[in-house]
Design a protein around this ligand. Structure first.
Ligand SMILES: [Zn+2]
Length: 131
């Protein structure tokens, strides 16, 4: 799968590549997506999520961060917003295993039933409880 980043500044849509390329080459230092055309603008990826009840919700992925990881296993968190220009308010977790250098494939996972999207407020309560 290839991610399409729409720039908030120049309006162009550019190819962010697969999850590995997106994480390593299409971010500003603050983790927000960087436009592949003007290289200065911030951009977003529009994503539709299927909920268990059969309904769909649209979220805007505005950035991405690595969350720990070891070996070929790399968890990550997308920063989610209610529009391309809104501040992020939630995270959407996923992971990948990149086995291409060992003759394998790039495997991209979200866990059974899809990835949960968790608000910053809920995430803060979780971190407060476990720390
Ligand atoms: Zn741009």
């Amino acid at each position: 799968m290839s991610y399409k980043i729409k720039c908030n500044d120049c309006g162009e849509t550019t190819n962010g590549g697969n999850i590995v390329t997106l994480l390593n080459k299409h971010r500003h230092p603050d983790w927000l997506f960087k436009c592949g055309k003007c290289n200065v603008g911030k951009g977003c990826i529009k994503k539709t999520l299927n909920e268990q009840e059969g309904t769909k919700i649209t979220v805007y992925l505005v950035g991405i961060l690595k969350v720990g990881g070891h070996g070929n296993f790399q968890p990550y968190a997308f920063l989610c917003a209610k529009s391309c220009t809104a501040e992020p308010h939630a995270v959407l977790f996923g992971y990948y295993k990149d086995l291409r250098t060992k003759g394998g494939k790039l495997k991209h996972g979200h866990g059974p039933g899809g990835a949960p999207m968790i608000s910053f407020a809920s995430l803060k309560r979780l971190v407060d409880e476990i720390s």
